[in-house]
Design a protein around this ligand. Sequence first.
Ligand code: FES
Ligand code: FES
Length: 152
Amino acid sequence: MKVSCKVNGLRRAAEDVAPHESLLRLLRDHLGLMGTKNACEQGECGSCSVYLDGVLVCSCLVLAGQAEGRNVTTVEGLGAPGQLDRIQQAFVEAGAVQCGFCTPGLLMASHDLLRRIPVPDDDEIREALAGNLCRCTGYQKIIDAVHLAASR
Ligand code: FES
Ligand code: FES
């Protein structure tokens, strides 16, 4: 089937999408947007987080067909070339990126948190990021990065 949607502000379409394929597969396999990561494909890790019409979702749990006619924002759409979003810049400066596999999902979840709570405390950050698993950082530098972004 064909799926058409707006991704990061641009109209995109993919042909030959199978009815069972996820939004994650649509983004990565059909549209070539590799920023959104596939770690578990079971809704457990948060690495595939994107906005669908402004709502944070695990794209591995959304069917590609559900994106028809809707707006998708991926980590590639948070900033612009040469102009990182403040949360992306803060992750770099705070050293919150190691292997980087979890980073796109954490950036999306952190971005969503700062839209809802401009200056979150530690507990609010931990709760907002509880669905995003990171095997490298121990999370403290990620929390530091969210505070840094909020301070700007
Ligand atoms: S790949 Fe979607 S939650 Fe892990
Ligand atoms: S930086 Fe490696 S999983 Fe988070």
